[in-house]
Design a protein around this ligand. Structure first.
Ligand code: FES
Length: 291
């Protein structure tokens, strides 16, 4: 029969190939056969009803065939308290080690895993799977940023804008002699308290329509950082003037159209829009002249 004949031909061919290979090649082939056989024999994990379906954005500009953006689906077992970051890690470790995303602290402190999850900017480590709506969890990189690979975006522009407002403590005068602790009143501390919570995740910038266009708008995070120092009494009046000049420029506070999207998505609940508005008022006051 033809099938038997084909099998016989195949067998003869593989026997000839096997005879032609060196002992080293044979060992490698047998090892690969064993591993492949074991993998094939692995039963499909039974995820039951408690599986989470992830739809994850994929893109790799360096690998042929992966340059076209697409969504890959992964089903991972749900565990109590599971976050979107836990689910991504499970998908990567179980199915595809090339799945790329940033994360570090896993407790909403480092700001490295801001993603677009079910249509909203969120920290993956702070997002409970159980609290998301829908049958699937859709995970994408932060919108309005250039994608480097999969869920990783280029943060260069965001960091440049943060640097532009000089995000460090400066004073009018440096005390002479040994440096001492600079005390702050409880009231002043209370005033800047929320602004100090920024973790540089970039969620606000990604949500802002004004910053979305390719322009030089400083963006909510940088302006909030400026607020944090401009409102700190310890810096002094001259330094405050300098800071107001920085945020008053063409791409500063006046570009904000008070849409509140930054405030809505901020994972640290910073009243970003309020801070921008307050800086606008401060800038106007500092420009008033009385003759
Ligand atoms: Fe650090 Fe989420 S991993 S903020």
């Amino acid at each position: 029969m033809s099938t038997q004949l084909e099998q016989t031909d195949d067998e003869t061919e593989s026997e000839a190939e096997a005879a032609a290979e060196s002992p080293g090649q044979r060992r490698r082939r047998e090892k690969a056969d064993r591993q492949f056989g074991e993998r094939e024999a692995e039963p499909e994990p039974d995820l039951g009803e408690d599986a989470v379906l992830l739809k994850v954005f994929r893109y790799d500009p360096e690998v042929e065939g992966k340059q076209e953006p697409r969504f890959d689906e992964f089903r991972v077992p749900f565990t109590k308290g599971m976050t979107a970051l836990d689910a991504l890690i499970a998908a990567r470790d179980t199915y595809d080690s090339s799945l790329t995303f940033r994360h570090s602290c896993r407790q909403a402190v480092c700001g490295s895993d801001a993603l677009f999850i079910n249509g909203r900017q969120r920290l993956a480590c702070q997002t409970q799977i159980a609290e998301l709506d829908g049958d699937a969890v859709r995970i994408e990189p932060l919108p309005h940023q250039e994608v480097v690979k999969d869920l990783v975006v280029d943060m260069e522009h965001f960091y440049d804008q943060m640097e532009a407002v000089e995000p460090y403590f400066q004073t009018d005068e440096t005390p002479e002699g040994e440096l001492e602790e600079q005390f702050q009143t409880p009231e002043n501390r209370e005033k800047i308290k929320m602004s100090t919570r920024c973790i540089w995740c970039g969620a606000c910038m990604s949500s802002c329509n004004i910053a979305a266009n390719e322009n030089e708008y400083l963006g909510p995070a940088a302006i909030n950082k400026a607020y944090r120092f401009a409102m700190d009494d310890r810096e002094g009046e001259s330094m405050k003037e300098h800071r107001l000049e920085l945020i008053e420029q063409e791409n500063g506070v006046w570009r904000c159209q008070t849409q509140f999207s930054c405030t809505e998505v901020c994972p640290k609940d910073i009243p970003l829009t309020e801070h921008i508005q307050e800086l606008k008022r401060e800038a106007v006051k500092s420009n008033l002249k009385f003759w």
